[in-house]
Write a protein that binds this ligand. Sequence first.
Ligand code: GLA
Length: 394
Amino acid sequence: MALAYRERYGEDPAGCWRAPGRVNLIGEHTDYTGGLVLPLAIDHACYVAAGPAPGTRTTVGTLWGGDDGPPPPVSFEAGHIVPGDLTGWAAYVAGVVWALRERLGDVPGPPALNLLIDSEVPVGAGLSSSAALECAVAVAVTALVRDVDPEGPARDLTPLDLALVAKRCENDFVGAPTGYMDQLASMLGRPGHLLYLDTRSLTWEHVPFDPAAGGLQLLVIDTRAPHALVDGEYAVRRATCEQATRMLGVGALRDIGVADLVGVLARLPQEMMRRRVRHVVTENERVRAVVALLRAQRDLRALGPLLNASHDSLRDDFEVTVPHLDVAVDAARSAGAVGARITGGGFGGSVIALVDADRSEAVATAVREAFAGRGFAPPAVFPVSPGAGAGRLS
Ligand code: GLA
């Protein structure tokens, strides 16, 4: 990165930073209803090399790109950028600069920056490539602001603050109404651990998770089905949950116990809304059950039925799966996966499968064959393990 930066901008960067993507083990579509999630930062990350620039325009270049190579660099006035000024990939960068300015007030940071970005997190795979980009930019820009003004307001920003800056970019600059999970997982991930996050109190605990020690592997199956959160369905799910919360007069859906579910659901007017609420309530319960199993240091194979139940609930009650996801899950289970479920927002993206390490190849082959049989493009299958959250590389 440093070399490519030097070639492009003619000097060394002030530093290089990274922030990872994430997979969610369980707790899906609960993070915008004050619920519980259990993601892990993965070892695939986004990288940013950055330094101060002359003049007033911030320039952002990338090293990644599709068949046509990297998109052209984008530049903007860091001091004046506001939502609506930029769309596309550069909005995730400019939006962080904007959100940081909003958070800090008029910061006497460098008036202009040069940034160069690369990423290993596949875009559109449901692995939070956008949160990885936002968080990498957030840690990089904050560090540069601190360099200029070590005693200024940026000094006290915590990793949680930076995650919230990144989330603000996603919600209010990019315009995707996502919850808390992705940016907090990217900022707060810890090797060998899951992030057990309460999205109401914004408190968390790192829970040890070491599939390899139990002879297991966590596989990601990127179905390569198209996926777009800015599309309406995610927002519709969120709005339905918010409406149900108001109708039921509860502070948050997580306040509903599974034991009370039948009585509570009877108070909702529509079948569709009842199913959405049933998913959220039972999913929070499954997260608690998974954490209890992990804390009791039970064999990780005991997680299988809970992972499977989560997927089935997202398919039947929350209706966020698509054929690619269901075919991958069914094929993985038939080939002997301990458990398999969608990860992330759905409508495309990835599936995770917890598998015995010696079944890993058989599961991958079964999914590839099932995809070929349905005429789907081949999926990408790779193992992941819990990695570190965002930070400085050099
Ligand atoms: C997307 C969003 C997250 C979360 C998941 C579903 O990944 O960005 O905030 O809502 O969907 O669990």
